[in-house]
Design a protein around this ligand. Structure first.
Ligand code: MRU
Length: 361
């Protein structure tokens, strides 16, 4: 697998990210030097995807500690940074998990505050790389089995949004088993939902699959059901922004409809879950997971590359038509065939999750 990362540190110990708003047309990086630049990068979706949001928030706290020390500010500055980063996006629980891990490290720090923040943020990043690799190790046998059942014919995998490396650091969650299957010579093909309104599928998943040489086809968000009815999908695999104790799964808006269609057609529907996306403090996903609502202009406009090569927004409805923009939906556990985690595969249920995560008993 070609190695590149979505977030990295520079020689002068700042942070750099890929501006994902410009992909696939331009590969532009952005340097983050203050916590509010990290906060803005999360809010405006320069970075996105649950694990990457968490990593960026962790570095945001490191940058806040650095600003506090360099500008001789008091501890209230750091408290403000924690609050601002906590409020940057509501649904992906990795954000809160990463901030809690940073807080705990700093609260228990008896030595160098800045080094502690730096080391903890770096550890969050390295842990995510290993977590995603392990999701691939555990997910690979599922693809292998499907390939065997099809006598080595192409395994068709449908995915929604981007839960690839661009949503994480390396490997990705849903792409890790796919990349590992490719490395073993298993034939795969991915149906990529475009994922309106931000088009993480067409802009990001298609980009990253292209970079990794994975055969794929872009489809409109509403095509999945038709493909499933015609035997053109062997499995669905999606990421998650928050999975509850009961196994309810919040993911990008439209995921639920894919799960319904998969269920109706007897197609396995898998969720790739890093342990950092587990929220064992809540049970009922529908009632308890906060669903982000974003600016209506993300729905009213589409952004793309025009004939002149310029990236521009295009209005796709009457000037005065209002839109609503729910960012996520919740797929009830009963529609999830199994959860693929970095520790193994389990049922989407409290019992299933506790077999892999007994520390939450
Ligand atoms: O709004 P986004 O792009 O941050 O939403 C991302 C998703 O819904 C992903 O599927 C999810 O975060 C998993 S990323 C491994």
């Amino acid at each position: 697998m070609a190695k590149f990362r979505t977030i990295w540190t520079t020689e002068d110990r700042y942070v750099e990210v890929i501006d994902q708003r410009k992909l696939p047309h331009e590969f532009v990086t952005e340097k983050l030097e203050t916590y509010d630049e990290a906060e803005e990068a999360i809010k405006d979706m320069t970075v996105r995807g649950a694990p990457l949001i968490g990593a960026t928030a962790a570095y945001g706290i490191y940058l806040a500690v650095r600003e506090m020390i360099e500008d001789e500010l008091d501890g209230s500055f750091l408290d403000e940074a924690f609050s601002a980063l906590r409020a940057s996006r509501p649904t992906a629980v990795n954000l809160f998990w990463a901030l809690d891990r940073m807080r705990e490290a700093l609260d228990n720090c008896e030595g160098n505050f800045l080094e502690t923040a730096w080391n903890t943020a770096n550890a969050i990043v390295e842990d995510d790389v290993e977590t995603c690799r392990m999701i691939g190790v555990h997910g690979l046998p599922i693809i292998e089995e499907l390939s065997k059942r099809k006598s080595g014919e192409v395994v068709n995998i449908l995915t929604h949004c981007n839960a690839g490396m661009l949503g994480c650091i390396e490997w990705g969650t849903i792409t890790s088993p796919i990349y590992q299957a490719m490395e073993k010579g298993i034939k795969v093909h991915v149906w990529v939902d475009e994922t309106r309104p931000r088009n993480q599928g067409s802009n990001l998943t298609a980009y990253e699959l292209t970079r990794h040489g994975v055969p794929h086809t872009l489809i409109v968000d509403n095509a999945g059901g038709h493909l499933m009815q015609h035997g053109m999908v062997d499995m669905v695999i999606v990421g998650t922004d928050r999975t509850t104790r009961n196994g309810d799964v919040a993911n990008k808006i439209g995921t639920y409809l894919k799960a319904l269609a998969a269920n109706d057609n007897g197609i396995p529907f898998y969720v790739a879950l890093p342990s950092t996306t587990l929220d064992m403090s809540i049970r009922d996903g529908l009632k308890e997971i906060p669903i982000e609502e974003r600016n209506q202009d993300e729905v009213r406009y589409m952004i793309g590359k025009g004939p002149s090569g310029e990236i521009q927004p295009v209005l796709i409805c009457p000037e005065t038509t209002p839109a609503s923009n729910y960012g996520f939906d919740v797929t009830p556990a009963r529609l999830v065939t199994a959860i693929i985690t970095d520790r193994g595969i389990c049922d989407a249920s409290e019992k299933g999750l506790l077999t892999l995560y007994p520390e939450y008993k």
